[in-house]
Design a protein around this ligand. Structure first.
Ligand code: SF4
Ligand code: SF4
Length: 179
């Protein structure tokens, strides 16, 4: 028998979704809410109401950028990014489609780059993503060109001095499913 979604989410995220009183501050500050179907506070309500399928098949849980803006705005100190992590984990475990094309590939590439370099590298992640998702290389270059020209996005990857410690964190977090 499946345990209700709120209990499982609370357990995995170490948060309490029922603490949310829907003041909407998180959603008002979320930088990707325009692309979401529900937004963070509505999603928390759906978790509390055990709307398992709608939540775990939602593209919102995959679009969350983990920026923590919501957590810093929440008057109840709810770490919504941790809740989104838990929901992604459950969605994968229970075999739901990700609701957004190639988003899982992007997540895996991003984490792979961080695991290797000890830090993110936008150009490497984006280049790999475009090749592996068969997306035309130049279709959104306009958005990144300014960043490249200002030197905000380094072209060549550089390994972090703490790469060894970061790899140890990945090793520690690995589950039997990752083997
Ligand atoms: S800011 Fe906190 S209390 Fe307000 S809606 Fe978002 S999660 Fe709920
Ligand atoms: S952590 Fe996710 S839900 Fe929260 S503000 Fe950032 S993108 Fe939005």
């Amino acid at each position: 028998m499946l345990i209700d979604l709120a209990s499982t989410t609370n357990h995995l995220s170490t948060q309490t979704v029922e603490l949310c009183y829907h003041c909407h501050k998180c959603t008002a500050g979320c930088p990707v809410v325009e692309a979401m179907d529900y937004g963070p506070d509505q999603l928390l309500r759906m978790v509390a109401l055990d709307q398992r399928e709608a939540v775990l098949a939602s593209k919102d849980i995959w679009l969350c950028a983990g920026c923590y803006t919501c957590a810093t705005r929440c008057p109840n100190d709810i770490d919504i990014a941790a809740i989104m992590d838990a929901l992604r984990q459950l969605s994968l475990q229970e075999g739901y489609q990700t609701g957004e094309r190639d988003v899982l590939l992007f997540h895996r590439l991003f984490l792979g780059v961080v695991q290797r370099l000890g830090r993110s590298h936008e150009a490497a992640t984006l280049g790999l993503f475009k090749v592996l998702s068969h997306t035309p290389l130049m279709n959104d270059m306009g958005a990144g060109a300014g960043l490249f020209l200002r030197g905000k996005v380094p072209v060549l990857p550089k390994r972090s001095g703490a790469a060894k410690e970061v790899r140890a964190i990945f090793k520690e977090c690995r589950t039997p499913d990752d083997q």
